[in-house]
Design a protein around this ligand. Structure first.
Ligand SMILES: [Zn+2]
Length: 191
């Protein structure tokens, strides 16, 4: 699947809840393959970013499936971990704001408060139960993706925070976005 299959705001499906799915079905395997190819095709078009993760809703399939990059630091490592019906069962650690972007929100980045540690329950592709502890960037990414399965995008957490919005310039540096002119009344973001 190509990057053009990735939906972006203001597509209203991004604010709808996804449904639980059964693992080890042919349709789930096909979905995971489509998500992976779309995420990698997107990455191949971006000089300064990696596809850290993707939720099924982002290819317009409202099912609780997310893929998380196995190694965030190595672009050559193009494998993902699949989490089916993932849920956070415990929040731990502090709440820290850090930068996030989203393949479904063009040219807007944000400094989003998230818990630094979480415990997650999910199913793997073969249907076995997975329990994992995550911290740091991985915990952030998983919270972002599970939000997608619940119809929440990262900007919803910072909607009224004028200093939390950024864009990426041509050299890959984050630059502040003017909240009043670009963000606050932007129907594409909040419709
Ligand atoms: Zn996202």
């Amino acid at each position: 699947m190509k990057k053009e299959a990735i939906i972006t705001l203001p597509n209203p499906h991004l604010r709808q809840k996804s449904v639980r799915v059964s693992p080890h079905s042919e349709s789930t395997a096909k979905l995971v393959a489509d998500m992976t190819s779309a995420a990698l095709d997107w990455e191949d078009s971006r000089p300064h970013e990696i596809s850290a993760a993707l939720a099924a809703v982002q290819i317009d399939t409202l099912e609780r499936v997310v893929i998380i990059r196995s190694d965030f630091d190595d672009k050559a490592h193009r494998e993902f971990t699949v989490l089916i019906n993932p849920e956070i069962i415990k929040y731990e650690g502090d709440v820290v704001a850090d930068y996030e972007g989203c393949l479904s929100i063009k040219n807007v980045y944000g400094k989003v408060p998230r818990h630094t540690k979480i415990r997650v329950k999910a199913l793997s592709e073969d249907g076995s139960e997975v329990r994992l502890k995550a911290e740091g960037f991985l915990a952030r990414v998983i919270q972002h993706e599970i939000d997608h399965t619940n119809g929440i995008v990262f900007i919803d957490h910072i909607q009224d925070q004028p200093d939390a919005f950024f864009t990426l310039d041509d050299s890959g540096e984050l630059q502040p976005l003017d909240y009043d002119t670009v963000i606050k009344d932007n129907d594409e973001l909040w419709a």
